[in-house]
Write a protein that binds this ligand. Sequence first.
Ligand code: NAD
Ligand code: IPM
Ligand code: MN
Length: 364
Amino acid sequence: MHLKLLVTPGDGIGPEVTSEAVAVLQDVMQLGGHTLSIDQRDIGGVAIVRHKTPLPQDTLDAALSADGVLLGAVGGNEFNSLPPDQRPEAGLLKIRAALGGFANLRPAFAFKELAVNSPLRPEIVEGADILFVRELLGGLYFGAPREWNRATGESWNTMRYTRDEVARVARIAFQLAQKRRKKLTSVDKANVLEVSQLWRATVNEIAAEFPDVTVEHQYVDAMAMHLMNQPRNYDVVLTENLFGDILSDESAVITGSLGMLPSATIGGKVNLYEPVHGSAPDIAGKGLANPLGAILTGALILRHSAGLEAEAHAIETAVRKVLEAGFRTPDLARSNPQGYSVLSTTAMGSQVRETLHHILAVHS
Ligand code: NAD
Ligand code: IPM
Ligand code: MN
């Protein structure tokens, strides 16, 4: 098969981690007898500097004609004083809206080899395997009106959802739960917010179409605690946009590092793939970034945009074997650096590729 991928590396560690993910994808496609074409464009801060806009038209055009888009990360401290609609992050929100994917899948899988690297006790995190389904095109991020009125000293954003926006993402979450452990936890703040009452009523309505899936509702504040206390309790976790942003970063603690988390956004014209982490200005340019979240995002590209399940699985297996062999980036080795072979971003990428070659050689 032929896959046409657009890569938008973006800012900070974005280029560092996406180049490792792309190298892995190139190898896996070639070894499997497939072809991969890569186009690369600017987005975010780098696009503001080069083209005076965080989402140039040519980037958007290339995205819309690709089979999938892999985005690194956007944002940088030098842009922090800009208003939201001119910042690097605006480019990301704009490309998300244009591609139309509304269901952002954020798996938080606790590799057993990393249980001792989590700040939580190993017996709490071992076996945790959560799939967050974060609604990505609604809520506070896109609701109008929004304003900071400097004259009156007031500002507001609007958390808005329609029934149909909730129903379509809920349906995807239920379908995914059917293929997993058949449990769905919907997160809201229905004790306070009307928009959450609509959310909960709609989830209950869609639940009737999926009688084999057990549904529970949790308030977001309690959920933030339950996730840390008993992460193994959760299978699919369905949330609105902002709650999902927060809870998915929190779940990084279960996996050992924010650098481990991949994501895929589906349901629109073209799927968008991004590691969950940001541009990490504090470690950018130093070879310290963990590329595994981006590499695992590559596995999601093969699964959701190329139908290459075996190849996707091979990438995930290679990551597990590399961890099993004691290789770590610094974010995963804080507690016991002497116990591991601590690698740079590029060395970790090479290690995954080498392992992948062994796996695919055995299978061919
Ligand atoms: P961040 O995710 O960039 O970093 C949070 C912490 O996690 C930092 O200490 C960082 O060093 C660490 N970290 C993140 N990814 C890592 C990796 N792969 N390996 C090792 N350590 C890693 O969040 P932040 O610092 O709050 O935000 C920085 C910028 O990134 C902001 O401009 C923000 O808006 C942007 N951001 C962009 C995206 C995206 O483009 N998808 C996502 C989140 C944040
Ligand atoms: C993420 C990021 C983005 C979000 C920002 C950078 C717009 O935090 O992908 O998690 O809030 O969706
Ligand atoms: Mn986030």
